[in-house]
Write a new protein. Structure first.
Length: 96
């Protein structure tokens, strides 16, 4: 059971890292620090968009409109952390 728990934790950690990279790249692009027309930036941005947006979209639809502030990545990160802690807690109490 421990290898499955390790794999679950690593997948959550990698997805959290990709989500943070998506948020940072989006902010850098919107402030004009990074040129979104550059091919490398565009490719990375498209990859991160395709990975993160299917999960962020439903969260954005259910949240109230806060104007230019988008807190859906924070909600998703909190949800991922909660899921990780809950699965670890219940898996360890069942098998150890």
């Amino acid at each position: 059971m421990v290898p499955i728990l390790w794999l679950f934790n690593k997948v959550i950690d990698i997805y959290s890292f990709l989500l943070l990279a998506y948020v940072v790249l989006t902010m850098l692009t919107s402030f004009g620090i990074v040129n979104a027309r550059q091919q490398l930036v565009s490719t990375i941005g498209e990859f991160l968009y395709r990975i993160c947006e299917p999960v962020l979209g439903p969260i954005r639809r259910r949240m109230p409109d806060l104007g230019p502030v988008d807190i859906s990545p924070m909600v998703l990160l909190l949800g991922l952390q909660f899921l990780q802690v809950a699965v670890n807690y219940y898996a360890r109490s069942l098998f150890f």
